[in-house]
Design a protein around this ligand. Structure first.
Ligand code: CA
Length: 222
């Protein structure tokens, strides 16, 4: 899952990036309201965390503009303002949820999970495929009901594959969903993580996570 954080306050931006990265999300961060449009042109985000008071263009205007452009990425608005009219304005502009600063990072993460879950066709928090069960709420993985310990990044990689069973997921798609914009495209990091996942899942013969030569990877449902 890839999240765009739009926040001009350095400390808050760092806090958000750290909290989300620790949970395994890929995070890009921008500080100016106008910059957002360049990023959403290039990447498909699973969620946008949008501060209201921003240089360049305020969050309300950004939100209205994105919706006018038919961008329906879930938007969670963040603001220090807390009057009723501001909340209504935020939601009316097309935001999906609204969080007032200061907030506990745990609450933010819970809302992020709720909003990203809404995108999937099923509201169930478990994904079951090919003997795997991913509890997306608690980010736990089971193979044949045996718990598998994965790092946040390994989990994010596996979730990306599991959400599209029997489809080839390109390296670029994996990078887009799991790694940040500062990812080095020439590194072997994806291969390393795939290797680690196969080992932990007991997939020694590469039947579960299949390599599609020259293209990417495919998770087999059978
Ligand atoms: Ca701000």
């Amino acid at each position: 899952m890839r999240i765009l954080v739009v926040e001009d306050e350095t400390r808050m931006a760092a806090l958000l990036r750290q909290g989300l990265t620790e949970e395994g999300y890929a995070v890009d961060a921008v500080t100016d309201g106008r910059e957002i449009f360049d990023w959403v042109d290039v990447y498909t985000y699973d969620l946008i965390l949008l501060d209201v008071m921003l240089p360049g263009m305020d969050g309300i205007t950004v939100c209205k503009t994105l919706r006018r452009q038919h961008n329906d990425t879930p938007i969670l608005m963040l603001t220090a303002r807390h009057t009723l009219s501001n909340r209504v304005e935020g939601l009316d502009s097309g935001a999906d949820d609204y969080l007032v600063k200061p907030f506990a990072i745990e609450e933010l993460l819970a809302r992020v999970r709720a909003l990203t879950r809404r995108q999937s066709p099923s509201r169930s928090t478990d994904i079951i495929v090919g003997g795997l069960r991913l509890d997306t709420l608690n980010r736990r993985t089971y193979r044949n009901e045996t718990a598998i310990e994965l790092s946040p990044k390994e989990y994010a990689l596996l979730e990306t594959l599991v959400r599209h069973p029997d489809q080839t997921i390109s390296r670029q798609q994996i990078i887009n969903h799991v790694w940040d914009a500062d990812y080095d495209a020439h590194s072997k990091v994806i291969e390393v993580y795939i290797h680690g996942l196969r080992r932990k899942l007991g997939d020694e013969d590469n039947r579960l996570i299949q390599t599609v030569r020259g293209l990417g990877y495919r998770l087999s449902s059978s």
